[in-house]
Design a protein around this ligand. Sequence first.
Ligand SMILES: [Zn+2]
Ligand SMILES: [Zn+2]
Length: 467
Amino acid sequence: MKITFYGAARTVTGSMHLVEANGKRILLDCGLYQGHRKEAFEKNRHMPVDPQGIDVVVLSHAHIDHSGNIPQLARCGFRGKVVSRPATRDLCEVMLRDSCFLQMRDLQYVNEKRRRQGKHLFEPLYTEEDVDAIMRRFECVPMKRQHDLGNGVSLVFHNAGHILGSAIVQLDVREPGGKSKRLVFSGDLGQAGQPILRRSECPQGADAIIVESTYADRLHPSADDVSGRLKSYIDDIVRMRGKLLIPAFSVGRTQQILYFLNRLYRAGRIPAVPVYIDSPLSMKATEIYRRHRECYNEDSCEILRGGEDPLSFPGLKFLETPEQSMSLNSARGPMVIIAASGMCEGGRVVHHLKECLGDMRNIVLFVGFQAEGTLGRRIVESEPGERLKLLGEERAISARVQTINALSAHADRNGLEEWIDGVKGDSVKKAFAVHGEDDRVEAMARIAREHGIPETYAPVPGQSFIV
Ligand SMILES: [Zn+2]
Ligand SMILES: [Zn+2]
């Protein structure tokens, strides 16, 4: 079996690894590289593998950095299947359309400028039709079910505990001569103890592993009391008749917040305040989270058995149209608004920020990582009273700005060490660290070595290995 690392090699995004075994060419993930516009566009446009030569794509999960370039495969003559868990298929359907929409919007802006400069116009990476075409190629495989890919190659999905449908991929290859080889690809690994989803598992008997390194060199802050803090903020906005604005990613984080609000409400710890989910993608993603109960952990299954939906409670409303969204601007609190995007780089959250930040009765609560250079990061690092320009208007920050750091979707160093200990057994001879910048993948390779795996690597793009 030969593995070539094409994406998420010494970087985080653009996950893509090619496995060649028994004459089959299997692509593990086919994600979008995300970075500066021009570089990202070039990288994503020029696929390092010939789509017509790929037999099958296996998706670990639906995040765009893992699935976002599959429509371009369809555009370039890919004739195989895309194999994933059912929840990943459903999330891909809405996330790829959203990705398509955002790219088109971006391109329109770029092309407008190019037109004025008399330069040739860019074509989109892919269109809605390409998304339609690739969605028809999906084949869903449930957890733990062995699925034959032909030529003596099969796969099994295990829980990764990262987002709904996220999987660890186990590939088994029966080589000529009867020997078998097993490769385990971690995908993105979740943090233990997160709500809703089952935690990550440790498949046994691998000869080689590909492991993510997102937080290989850091520890998450010790468990924050998420429920307790949410309750105190809701008590405050009820008293002040204010708004609690939570910028949140549509897939994963929004549903986690709904879960905590559900628990607080059912335990009688908060009153039934109106809670608005203000993002079409968040609404669709929540629908999909509700549908795929096979992904739920024991605690959420118990809630279901009690006749309740863990993502629902009185007062919860989904806002579909921009008009509904804008109508909240003049509405009086108390209310909770959960809106995307999570880092405030666009989406409806921006007009809510403009409306909320200047009023001391309101609270803006960040529940996810804010990358450098984003509006979210600027607000998190702002001083009270600081002035900020939002949608062309200046605002002095009077609202309270708070951050909850406990909700990372990725395992930290402890979680990754635990996973390595769980999978290594006596069999794992090689470990490949991916999905991290240089220092992270090197830290992960070091961890794997310290935990007894003899050969560890942090591959560079295009590097191949025989397993
Ligand atoms: Zn992910
Ligand atoms: Zn990822």
